[in-house]
Write a protein that binds this ligand. Structure first.
Ligand SMILES: [Zn+2]
Length: 241
């Protein structure tokens, strides 16, 4: 195979490799990054829900304290009422009565407070239930997206495999040295190793090429690289492409 034909093969090869390169990029960078973002979102949702539940727990705890205090106050009331009948003087009796009515007022305050608490807890529970439904629905959606992305990864793997097979059946006949040089450049130059000359400029970096350079390319004696971006150059008109 002469160099002209080998260059033609490289051009076709690069079309396949470009596709593989893009798929690899998608599979190794874009998709994992998206999956990570989604997983972070999922964690955030779970944290939000935990904070919600924490708030209810704190309210419950406070409610229990208030209930304990109320029981204590009712005990005090009972005690004060029992003491009432043991008192001898009217003055002591009046003082005790005052004490009792103050405890009663205190209790009714505490009861009201407790009712307020129970209302708040009930409200919070309803909120939590709603929030849980929201979070579950959003979590399901995120999980579904992650599944889709994982499925996409598998599809990409399959596609890459097919392209690699196509590619391998294609390289036959091309000098191994040329293939190696091309592959080396492909890796270093982000999937773009062979570039057309357009109006005497490099088609990748647009550096203007000297008359001598153009002649060197036209000799088809060896691969000629752009001095600026270091890619293999070819002249499309010359290859009848
Ligand atoms: Zn260049």
């Amino acid at each position: 195979m002469n160099l002209k034909d080998e260059i033609k093969k490289l051009i076709k090869l690069q079309e396949i490799d470009k596709e593989i390169y893009q798929l690899d990029l998608q599979k190794n960078n874009n998709i994992p990054q998206k999956i990570n973002e989604l997983k972070e979102q999922l964690e955030q949702k779970q944290k939000e829900f935990a904070a919600f539940k924490d708030r209810i727990n704190r309210l419950e705890l406070e409610k229990n304290n208030k209930e304990g205090e109320l029981v204590q106050k009712e005990e005090n009331l009972k005690k004060a009422r029992a003491q009432l009948y043991q008192l001898k003087s009217n003055k002591e009796y009046q003082v005790k009565l005052g004490e009792i009515s103050s405890i009663e007022a205190d209790i009714s305050c505490a009861e009201e407070e407790l009712i307020g608490f129970l209302d708040r807890i009930e409200q919070e529970r309803a909120n939590v239930k709603k929030e849980k439904e929201n979070i579950d629905a959003e979590s399901d959606k995120i999980k579904q997206e992650i599944n889709n992305l994982e499925k996409q990864t598998k599809e990409i793997d399959q596609k890459i495999k097919e392209l690699e097979n196509k590619r391998n059946s294609f390289v036959g006949g091309v000098d191994k040295k040329i293939i190696n040089q091309y592959q080396e450049l492909l890796k270093k130059r982000n999937g773009l190793a062979i570039i057309p000359v357009l109006n005497n400029n490099c088609g990748a970096c647009y550096m203007s090429l000297t008359r001598q350079k153009i002649n060197e390319i036209k000799m088809y004696d060896r691969l000629i690289l752009c001095e600026s971006c270091v890619r293999i150059l070819y002249i499309p008109e010359d290859l009848e492409l």
